[in-house]
Design a protein around this ligand. Sequence first.
Ligand SMILES: Nc1ncnc2c1ncn2[C@@H]1O[C@H](COP(=O)(O)OP(=O)(O)OP(=O)(O)O)[C@@H](O)[C@H]1O
Length: 237
Amino acid sequence: MSETKRPAETPAISLSNIAFTWTETGYRIAVDRFDVRRAERVLLLGRSGGGKSTLLGLICGISTPSAGRVEILGTDLATLSAGRRDRFRAEHIGVIFQMFNLLPYASARENVRLGLAFAPGRTARTADPESAIEDLLTRLALPDGDLRRRSASRLSTGQQQRVAAARALIGAPELIVADEPTSALDTDSQERFLELLFAQLDRQGSSLLMVSHDDRLAPRFDRVVRTEEILRSEPGS
Ligand SMILES: Nc1ncnc2c1ncn2[C@@H]1O[C@H](COP(=O)(O)OP(=O)(O)OP(=O)(O)O)[C@@H](O)[C@H]1O
């Protein structure tokens, strides 16, 4: 049985007394306490190799800590089997990966549609999936026509990034987690992307945790946290 509290009482993310070690490298992190509130937008800033992606993996339930508690939207991830954790992630967390992780041979539309796979709640919130996909791609400035039919591998980096954002946002999951989604873009494209992303977040009221090493992004967020404020890491052997 998962342990679930009422939404109004629960933060989007609540981490306590976390310890995690990568067995292959011995690199370890510890986090005493870290919370993100509902609808809050938090930027986690830190140097490269400082453990940001490792932390996001724990928050998304891709990795599991050796100690401590990861609670997402009131659910303690340790109470879920691996399969249920995957379904929980699909249903409640829109993830924008650093390398986007699009299916290269699938079209932009098909990649966005994947955001609804294994996510009955997100699907139920999307009355008409095909027009929702078109609407999101329009809002995220991926022009109609050939581009939306083209396989993802034939899109520019910025276009792939917007497809990845649309896939994360479709069906309005409560939490969006983004791992350096703007790192491959020039400053103007970064600005445009963030504007589009934030406008969509305003519409759907999701929380956002974004990690980056670029502190120029800071003014746009409700709160900025530096990795060294919450996370201790040891390089291993
Ligand atoms: N899959 C893995 N297997 C083993 N060790 C890993 C793995 N992924 C990361 N690590 C270890 O964790 C350390 C921190 O990596 P992580 O990707 O969490 O940092 P980061 O802050 O996200 O870096 P960047 O900003 O460069 O993406 C790495 O130096 C590496 O030793």
